[in-house]
Design a protein around this ligand. Structure first.
Ligand SMILES: NC(=O)c1ccc[n+]([C@@H]2O[C@H](COP(=O)([O-])OP(=O)(O)OC[C@H]3O[C@@H](n4cnc5c(N)ncnc54)[C@H](O)[C@@H]3O)[C@@H](O)[C@H]2O)c1
Length: 592
């Protein structure tokens, strides 16, 4: 007989537990919340109060509903108060012995038909379940943070969980307005197995000072449309919890990429556990607050510079493809005179036509006036002669992604451009230093990695090589701001920030599919509804193109020699079969 859920218990009212209490109570269940001490109970109560107050302030909850919600919740430090519960969700710290102990006790307290669920992110649900006398009624019920917001709940069935129990939990998740995905018992399940390798990698970048915390976070938000950057997300999850999850995943899979970055343990030991303690990668105005405040690592306002800037009044762009056209438009719109070089007169005209079309659209949408349009068009000067770049202050190269072509171009630019001109490449995968060494002025060469479509995407990765001069980096960052872009700065490694963090995650998703742990739909759903990603990994792979993705993944593998970065065989096979994604009508999915 299907369960009738009237009363739910929640054990542990920390980051997750307090949110889970709210989710149950909001959906009409009576809730009994259990904490370990009166102080922890007070903290849980305060978190619930604070969260519902915010919901009222935002008009998402009426005051009367708030009162009713709180009336349905009873908080206690005595586990035996859970006796009447139809289901209990455990959300205590991620430690196996602690969870096993709680389940063994619970088993004796609740009625025989009650369901026992753990919110563990990575521990074996099976191992927790066998601490009870009735492992058949134990499931994983993995909510996402913040539980009130994220739609996904991973329902984990062990080999002994009864089918009827899984079905009842699925129905309950739906009643809570959430989306259940039922999966087997494997460390990290779907979402965390894909998320934590990426988070750990981002922490590695920060620890090795490859880029600042602000730049790593901005890169992933602006480059991939993620709701939060990885380091801010670590603070939200809690560094102690993240450490335990990574450690468990590492122990189960022995994947070096899951071995927690050493700084995580140091920060946990030092009490920097993230928002819950008021300090993690960022500093917050109080423990439990989401409001980050400035600290010693916060960059100076507006990117004030310690070095002088070079003057950039005129800009040259080489290329006439998608990226070059977008970049020319961006500079001209920002008021720069642009000299662009294409390989033929027809291509010079094509760029002009494409930009005119884009400007016309902007006029029709009321974003710019007729005068603006004419002014922008007046700043465009096309040519087929590289020599015409002799007087520009800066050249941005956006020709084909072929090292030989780019190197020959830099050799030419070195001969043509005036001394002190900055020479930038928009390469997304080649080493910038390989272009720089073709010139006698490697100090003037920098990477300027725009994202597609350049007029829309805010992010630019400013890449410095071992030779780039400080004032060239500073001038390029400044120029990015002047053209309305957000610069992030990093060293000259394969993938820079965004691709180095993004593609191994996509590759991991392919490996998960290949291992038949979950379907492409389930994996896409998990990342979209558990982590609020704008697209699932398979949607994104099909959109980017499987050949492009494979090439980037190969670059990363070749550069870092990480076994875990080796391209998934399934990705290789799909590319071999010419299933390259949306552009050919078939990739991981088939398109009409
Ligand atoms: N933080 C996340 O983003 C996240 C997301 C999904 C799942 N989880 C999982 O949820 C669980 C809880 O994680 P968290 O981040 O909320 O941890 P947390 O440290 O924020 O909260 C844990 C709470 O459990 C309480 N507690 C400890 N021992 C207890 C006991 N014996 N009885 C009752 N309460 C006890 C603590 O006082 C604390 O308030 C973990 O298994 C974690 O892996 C966490």
């Amino acid at each position: 007989m299907a369960h009738d859920f009237v009363t739910a218990g929640v054990i542990g009212l920390g980051t997750m537990g307090a949110g889970i209490v709210e989710v149950f109570a909001r959906n009409g269940l009576d809730v009994i919340g259990v904490e370990v001490s009166p102080q922890a109970l007070e903290n849980g109560k305060a978190a619930l109060r604070h969260s519902t107050d915010r919901a009222v302030a935002r008009g998402k909850l009426s005051e009367q509903s708030q009162t009713e919600l709180h009336d349905r919740v009873r908080l206690t430090c005595d586990m035996s108060d859970l006796a009447e519960c139809d289901i209990v969700v455990e959300a205590v710290p991620e430690q196996l012995d602690l969870k096993r102990d709680i389940f063994a006790q619970l088993d004796q307290i609740v009625k025989p038909e009650a369901i026992l669920a753990t919110n563990t992110s990575s521990l074996s649900v099976t191992e927790i379940s066998v601490a009870t006398e009735h492992p058949r009624r134990v499931v994983g019920m993995h909510f996402f943070n913040p539980a009130q917001v994220q739609k996904l709940v991973e329902v984990i069935r062990t080999v002994v969980t009864e089918d009827a129990i899984v079905e009842d939990v699925q129905a309950l998740v739906e009643r809570l307005g959430k989306i259940p995905v039922v999966i087997g018992d494997k460390a990290g399940f779907i979402a965390n197995a894909l998320l934590f390798g990426y988070l750990n990698h981002a922490v590695d970048m920060y620890e090795s000072r490859y880029a600042t915390r602000e730049d790593i976070d901005a890169a992933m938000q602006l480059g991939c449309g993620l709701p939060m950057g990885p380091l801010a997300l670590m603070d939200l999850i809690g560094l102690d919890t993240a450490y335990e999850i990574l450690d468990t995943m590492y122990k189960q899979g022995r994947d070096r990429l899951h071995a927690p970055s050493p700084i995580i343990k140091q920060m946990v030991t030092g009490g920097l556990k993230g928002r819950k303690t008021g300090r993690g990668f960022y500093t917050y105005d109080a423990a439990g607050s989401f409001k980050a405040v400035a600290d010693s690592q916060t960059p100076l306002d507006g990117g004030a510079h310690e070095v002088g800037l070079r003057t950039v009044k005129t800009v040259g762009v080489v290329g006439s493809g998608t990226m070059a056209t977008g970049i020319i438009e961006v500079f001209a719109k920002a008021g720069y005179d642009v000299m662009y070089v294409a390989r033929s007169a027809a291509k010079v005209d094509a760029v002009k036509v494409a930009i005119a079309k884009s400007l016309e659209k902007a006029v029709q949408r009321g974003k710019i006036t007729d005068e603006d349009r004419n002014a922008v068009a007046g700043r465009l000067n096309g040519t087929t002669a590289l020599e015409d770049l002799a007087q520009v202050d800066m050249v941005v190269e956006a020709v084909v992604e072929d090292l030989k072509v780019k190197q020959a171009l830099f050799e030419n630019l070195d001969e043509i451009c005036k001394p002190g001109a900055i020479l930038a490449t928009t390469t997304s995968s080649l080493p910038v230093i390989e272009c720089a060494v073709m010139t006698k002025r490697p100090q003037d060469v920098v990477g300027m990695h725009f994202f597609n479509p350049a007029p829309i995407m805010k992010l630019v990765e400013v890449v410095h090589t071992v030779s780039t001069a400080d004032d060239v980096v500073a001038t390029t960052q400044d120029l990015c701001r002047k053209i309305g872009k957000h610069p992030v700065t990093c060293g000259d490694r394969a993938g820079f920030i965004v691709n180095a963090l993004l593609f191994p995650y996509l590759n991991d998703a392919v490996k998960m599919l290949e291992a038949h742990y979950a379907s492409a739909d389930e994996i896409d759903t998990a990342m979209k509804t558990g982590c609020a990603y704008p697209m699932g990994p398979f949607e994104l792979l099909d959109a980017v193109g499987l050949d492009v993705s494979l090439a980037i993944q190969r670059e990363l593998y070749l550069e870092f020699r990480e076994r875990g970065f080796a391209p998934a065989p399934l990705l290789e096979h799909l590319v071999t079969a010419r299933y390259l994604g949306r552009k050919v009508g078939r990739g991981f999915r088939t398109y009409a």
